[in-house]
Design a protein around this ligand. Structure first.
Ligand code: ADP
Length: 451
């Protein structure tokens, strides 16, 4: 096992990794930007090193500074968390060439899975169904027109290098296809420095179901069952749960098998997620692999009892998985809500500022993963997620009731948050009945005006 790990991230995931290190008896070294210098979790690491100014490009995205901090602190491994450099193959490669183990998959696997068009090709080869569409990037407008006609409208234009819901556009008719393609290319170039786009059939009101996988460096790969993340706004997840409700057991097994096949086909090592869309006939289609730990990993931890961050560290240290597929048995039900400092009444605009009061929920089945405390000032420079409220109970209905109670206990003052939105969701019949899809928030809960 490693003696010391550098945590190349910030906020709740940095704290989550520091906690996992403590439980493993590994020292942790935090890095921080000047905007995060007052962050309370820094004191929980064994050491904290300032790596630059507030802008991510000067700190959390700055590879030379992170490597310099790793050298100074004399660590053996680097955990990238999620976001920032977590899926940057160049970073993974540089870490390893500087003799720091990168806690994540190989740079080759990240490269292969990072481009969605390539990941789909791996899926097809592994006999995992994918959304019908162009087999690779769109080469010409004429090709797009022909393909879209064959698939039938609406179609979805997606960025090959896309992520975070960016660079995606629905096109409902041929007359707007060329303009939409151009707009998507521009958006993709600006966001990912890669203008390559591809076409997919737009699945009508799908559910988003993903499978957590783990693979060690000794050739063992297994899955930790599924999560439903259909509650989304602008393709960004709001609520997640494990296991996915209302999918037949046969489909659940097929999804798990598909994820393991994909892990094996891509030579994947460490934790990863295979994302699928499920249509109204319970047919599933692979959409992408997330080659990192995800925000919603706790719901899987709650139902399987397996600590995913510890597993990531153990795998990176060369350990074998200590359990088999048959020993992974999901029990009970878990929900997670993302608490963002955003104003749901004003188009979710970010609400940075100081937290003046904070009352945390407790009691049976409640977990709070967050780096914020009273008096903490949320910097305007980064993501607006300030915490994750996770609950666990014997079944979905009981877990929903625990979540309602916990959300009512949770009070954050000083900034606007998404708590009121979550209180509404956990009182809505459609959601409680498991009858939601990825369009439900914008279609039913808060219809977009002038759409
Ligand atoms: P990103 O990497 O930007 O998050 P994904 O490919 O994971 O993009 O898709 C994000 C979300 O967009 C999905 O969960 C789903 O809600 C929607 N989506 C993606 N592909 C399709 C599709 N072919 N049809 C309908 N919705 C889709």
């Amino acid at each position: 096992m490693f003696q010391r790990i550098l945590v190349a991230n910030r906020g709740e995931i940095a704290l989550r990794i520091i906690r996992a290190c403590k439980e493993l008896g590994v020292e942790s070294v935090a890095v921080y930007s000047q905007a995060d210098r007052e962050a309370p979790y820094l004191a929980m690491a064994d050491r904290a090193i300032c790596i630059g100014k507030a802008a991510s490009s000067d700190s959390y995205l700055n590879i030379p500074r992170i490597i310099a901090a790793a050298e100074v602190a004399d660590v053996q491994a680097i955990h990238p968390g999620y976001g920032f450099l977590s899926e940057n193959p160049q970073f993974a490669e540089i870490c390893r060439s500087c003799n720091f183990e990168f806690i994540g998959p190989s740079h080759e696997a990240i490269r292969k899975m990072g481009l969605k068009t390539e990941a789909k090709a791996v899926a097809t080869a592994a006999k995992v169904p994918t959304v019908p569409g162009s087999d690779g990037p769109i080469a010409s407008d004429a090709q797009a027109i022909t393909l879209a006609k064959q698939m039938g409208y609406p179609v979805l234009i997606k960025a090959a290098a896309g992520g975070g819901g960016k660079g995606m556009r629905v096109c409902r008719e041929e007359s707007t296809l060329i303009a939409s393609l151009q707009a998507a290319r521009n958006e993709a170039e600006a966001a990912f420095k890669n203008s390559s786009v591809y076409l997919e059939k737009y699945i009508d009101r799908p559910r988003h179901v993903e499978v957590q996988m783990l693979a060690d460096s000794h050739g063992h790969a297994l899955h930790l069952f599924d999560r439903d993340c259909s509650l989304q706004r602008r393709h960004q997840k709001l609520v997640e749960e494990a296991t996915a409700p209302s999918i037949p057991e046969k489909i659940r097994r097929q999804l798990g098998d598909a994820a393991v096949r994909l892990a094996k086909a891509s030579g994947y090592v460490n934790a990863g997620t295979c994302e699928f869309l499920i249509d109204q006939d319970n047919k599933f289609y692979f959409i992408e692999v997330n080659a990192r730990i995800q925000v919603e990993h706790p719901v899987t931890e709650m139902v399987t009892g397996i600590d995913l961050i510890q597993q990531q560290i153990r795998i990176a240290a060369g350990e074998k998985l200590s359990f088999t597929q048959d020993e992974v048995i999901p029990r009970g039900h878990s929900f997670e809500v993302r608490i963002n400092s955003e104003d749901p009444d004003h188009d979710f605009r970010p609400s940075a500022g100081k937290i003046t009061a904070l009352k945390l929920p407790g009691g049976p089945g409640v977990r709070w993963d967050s780096h914020v405390q009273v008096g903490y000032t949320i910097p305007p420079n980064y993501d607006s997620m300030i915490g994750k409220l996770i609950v666990y109970a014997a079944n979905r209905q009981a877990a929903a009731s625990t979540m309602r109670r916990a959300l009512d206990e949770l009070q954050i003052e000083g900034v606007k948050t998404t708590i009121p939105l979550h209180r509404r969701i956990f009182r809505h019949k459609d959601f409680l009945d498991g009858k939601v899809d990825t369009t439900w928030v914008e279609r039913v809960l808060m219809p977009v005006k002038n759409a």
